[in-house]
Structure formats: structure tokens, C-alpha cells
Design a protein. Structure first.
Length: 150
């Protein structure tokens, strides 16, 4: 039987162990593919030792801390692999920050972070699995985090 395989990337980022079915949400929050001219590969519902997972490969781009924090809110068990010359040079699991600043929009329309005031959104992590956050200003809790990422 033939297998279709995604070719290895020379340089870039591989986001592995994404919750099955969440790869498209990862693409959306990273504004891919429109935010880059790089090749982006997506594999969904891939069999692994632990069940199923999604994978996203982004050629010629390394994610910054803010982008990794966005991913942690959607796929808290994801792993980020930095690839250089076809080798994994850095590998780490995403970590949910205790405070999320400027990444998520508050669901409360009257919150000061949604006003014309120059106030950046700020959330406190309430629970990690599943990710659950609370607005620092109005204390409204948010569960639909993926839909609220800026």
C-alpha cells in the first residue's frame, strides 16, 4: 500500500500534537496562509501513539512568543518544533501563561478593554484544561477563547 507523506521542511516551525480538529483554528489565529508567502501544510486526524492529532507545518517562519501564547489557548497540549537545515533544533510544549495580555477580546461589550480608552485586554488564567480565563477588569469569564482571540 502506498502512503502519502508530507515532505520534511528545511527551515520553519512544526506545530505538533494539536487537538484533533483544531488545526484550522490554529491557522485562523496565526492568520495563515494570508499572513505569509511560506508553504503551509496541514494534517488533520493523524494517528499517533496517543490517539489522533493535527499537525501544522510552516516553512521559513518561526513563531514569536505572542503567537505561541495564542496557540496555547487553542491547543494547550501542542508542541512547537523549530526546524533548521531539516533538523529539530528546539522543541518545547506550549505553556498557558498565567496572564494573557492583548491577545483575547473580552466578551463583555461594556468592559473598559472594549471602550475607546487606551486599555489593553488582560485576562487571568482560571483553569488550564480546558483553558478558561477571566477578565482582569470586569471579571467576566470566557470559555469560547478561540473565537475571542484578536
Amino acid at each position: 500500500m502506498k502512503e502519502l507523506r508530507v515532505t520534511p521542511i528545511k527551515n520553519g516551525t512544526v506545530i505538533d500534537h494539536i487537538t484533533p480538529g483544531f488545526a484550522l483554528k490554529v491557522l485562523r489565529v496565526l492568520k495563515l496562509p494570508e499572513a505569509t508567502s511560506s508553504v503551509v501544510s496541514v494534517a488533520m486526524n493523524v494517528k499517533s501513539r496517543f490517539g489522533k492529532k493535527d499537525i501544522v507545518k510552516i516553512e521559513n517562519r518561526e513563531l514569536d512568543k505572542r503567537e505561541v501564547n495564542k496557540i496555547s489557548l487553542i491547543a494547550p497540549k501542542a508542541t512547537i518544533n523549530i526546524i533548521r537545515d531539516y533538523e529539530v533544533v528546539e522543541k518545547h510544549k506550549v505553556r498557558l501563561p498565567d496572564e494573557i495580555i492583548g491577545i483575547v477580546k473580552c466578551s463583555n461589550p461594556t468592559c473598559i478593554s472594549n471602550s475607546r480608552e487606551p486599555v489593553e485586554s488582560r485576562f487571568i488564567l482560571v483553569s488550564k484544561d480546558p483553558p478558561h480565563i477571566k477578565c482582569y477588569y470586569c471579571e467576566r469569564e470566557t470559555e469560547d477563547i478561540a473565537e475571542r482571540i484578536i
